[in-house]
Design a protein around this ligand. Structure first.
Ligand code: FES
Length: 154
């Protein structure tokens, strides 16, 4: 069950939007922060608070990749493999991280510290190749940079 603070935050978010449907995305972030990922219970709680059908919340959460459908590690490493990043060897960056962490895409390290994902464009094409770890962007990546970044998080 959502904490009282999280439920109140969703109610406050609702006040800033013209319709309940239009505020589902920020409400999903509240649930993700609360549970660590988007749970079915969390989606039902959003629907109940907003007074909408649960399917409206489900469809938004499943459309966007930034909502985690299952638990992720302490550090969620999301590497962009869309066109600009791909042209500048984004897939190689994925391989470097995969080797360094010993996991494949969509896997989490046994110590639950890192989850590796590939994602669509993160809107930072001018600094490709890039990745996002939790809420922070890391840009103009190369092997050495990736190594330093991951070592700094260990
Ligand atoms: S293609 Fe990677 S940030 Fe846009």
């Amino acid at each position: 069950m959502l904490s009282e603070a999280a439920a109140n935050e969703i109610k406050e978010i609702r006040k800033r939007y013209a319709t309940a449907r239009s505020c589902i995305m920020p409400c999903l972030y509240v649930v993700q922060r609360e549970y660590g990922y988007i749970t079915e219970e969390g989606m039902r709680e959003i629907a109940k608070i907003l007074g909408v059908q649960p399917v409206l919340v489900f469809e938004v959460s499943t459309f966007y990749t930034m909502y985690n459908k299952k638990p992720v590690g302490k550090y969620h490493v999301q590497v962009c493999t869309n066109i600009s990043c791909s042209i500048l060897d984004g897939e190689h960056i994925v391989d470097v991280i995969s080797r360094k962490l010993g996991i494949k895409v969509k896997e989490t390290t046994p110590d639950k510290k890192f989850t590796l994902s590939t994602v669509e464009c993160l809107g930072s094409c001018g600094t490709a190749p890039m990745m996002q770890i939790n809420d922070k962007y890391y840009e103009n990546l190369n092997d050495a940079k990736v190594e330093d970044i991951l070592n700094g998080l260990r």
